[in-house]
Design a protein around this ligand. Sequence first.
Ligand SMILES: [Fe+2]
Length: 283
Amino acid sequence: MTIYKEIEVQPVAGNLGAEIHGIDLREQLSDNIYKEVHQALLQYLVLFFRDQDLTPEQQKDFGRYFGELHVHPYIPALEGHPEIIALRSTENGPAEMAYQSNQWHTDLTYIDEPPMGSILWSQQSPPAGGDTMFLNLYRAFETLSPKMQEFVSDLTAVHDIVASMPDDFIEQSWAPNQLKRLQEITPPVEHPVVRTHPETGKKLLFVNANFTSHIKELSRPESTALLNHLYEHIAKPENVCRFNWQTNSVAFWDNRCTQHYAINDYDSLRVMHRVTMCGDKPY
Ligand SMILES: [Fe+2]
């Protein structure tokens, strides 16, 4: 049992998520505060902070404690800040790209070294709706039967950026040469279905409905059936926590052992800034 002395840690659900109090993210973190935030991230997988009025520089500085900042291969950045993605809805609710976040997923698993984590800050939140859910991929693995754990542990998944893009979205959003370019920058990659977290050493289930196209060792019908079973298992409510955003809220998730789902149930403007920290090759 970890004792936190510098920060206050308030769990928000039984299996992941904690609100952190007693910290101002605009300031430099002392060694002890940094260590406790890092420890809390490993323990709770996603951390939430309130009332953090961050500038882009302050958000990037906080991210740099946890890794080199990642520049997204194709989502446009905030002007003057290539490391920040500005997620802006329309005045009437979710924007066109929202279909990718309105589904359970882990970010950027279609690259060789998916991010270690992301820090999302809310500049403007809808008065109601627009929550984000997160889930625990360690628990998803641990709650499979021993035989199923053994079976999936030998499998390899292919991850592809276009795996979940609906055909009509591809046709409307990408000119053929753009799509070709996108696939050239980010060709499909392979990751183990069961990944070991590089810091905790614990095993977890590393497949997601957005980017996992199939399992290499199985026939397509077998692969589809197994993945659908795993997605249903992963998304059990017991694995999930839910965060209600306010303006100036922050969520910091460990992208190596979680998935998230942005709930598109709002009808007003929502503006978020995301900073993402580089990760390593899953094994
Ligand atoms: Fe995401």
